[in-house]
Write a protein that binds this ligand. Structure first.
Ligand code: ZN
Length: 252
């Protein structure tokens, strides 16, 4: 028995060490048979492993990688989402082209327009969302929707900059989106329930937050956590009028 273990160790395979750890205190004769088979298997594994077979099957699986680019943006490119008198100028904004996963499990490219001072952190957040495979319907600048927040939400479009007023019942004030420091994600799956009104109306089935479906922001979800990890705050925590789609740098 003991002589047998010494013999197995001299063969030099790590597997025999593991077998020795597991069997050092137990039965007696039952162990004698495994020992001899352990001594033979390492030699065959080591002998047949070499790389000729494995590489030929690898190219079949191609995993897309997160791609991102940050570029300046002009007034012409901002189109209807910007005009004279907005609180930030085109020179303070950046256009981020980045990868995201869609609801069909495919990797797509989207464009976010954000304030220059949050471009890096937004890149970090969306890299996390990509790594976590969080489904996002589409990411397009709101000028594709003539600057209409309603039209953008109805299309389930994820967007950031839009020179518009906040949707509140108080005095008129700029939205955090007008500074490029807020992002609305999957508005249909994550409605803004404003005084009982569902925005967009198409999101009514998603007012029920207990029925979890892809793309939804709920406490502890990868979507909410990706923003929280960078210190961004979630409008879904607002009591009274929760804005489940809304994430912002300063909580507004
Ligand atoms: Zn918002």
């Amino acid at each position: 028995m003991r002589r047998g273990v010494a013999l197995a160790l001299s063969v030099g395979a790590a597997a025999t060490l593991l077998a020795g750890c597991g069997g050092g205190d137990g039965g007696t004769d039952a162990r004698a048979t495994p020992k001899s088979s352990v001594a033979t298997t390492p030699t065959t594994v080591v002998g047949t492993a070499p790389p000729t077979v494995a590489p030929t099957t690898v190219p079949v699986t191609v995993v897309p990688e997160f791609a991102v680019s940050v570029t300046p943006v002009t007034a012409a490119e901002l189109g209807s989402s910007w005009r004279e008198g907005c609180p930030v100028g085109p020179d303070q904004l950046r256009r981020i082209t980045l990868s995201h996963w869609d609801f069909e499990g495919g990797a797509r490219s989207g464009v976010l327009v954000v304030h220059a001072d949050v471009a890096d952190v937004v890149t970090t957040i969306f890299r996390r969302l990509f790594d976590q495979r969080v489904a996002i319907r589409r990411i397009e600048p709101v000028d594709r929707y003539s600057g209409s927040d309603d039209a953008s939400m109805a299309a389930d479009n994820t967007s950031a900059f839009n020179c518009r007023r906040a949707v509140t019942s108080g005095p008129a004030q700029w939205s955090a989106h007008a500074f490029g420091r807020a992002i609305d994600v999957n508005p249909v799956e994550n409605p803004y329930v404003f005084g009982g009104e569902v925005l967009p109306p198409q999101a009514t089935p998603y007012v029920d937050r207990t029925n979890l479906r892809p793309g939804m922001a709920v406490p502890g979800s990868p979507l909410v956590e990706a923003f929280a990890a960078s210190g961004w705050q979630w409008g879904g925590r607002w009591t009274g009028s929760p804005d489940y789609q809304h994430f912002s740098a300063d909580g507004n």
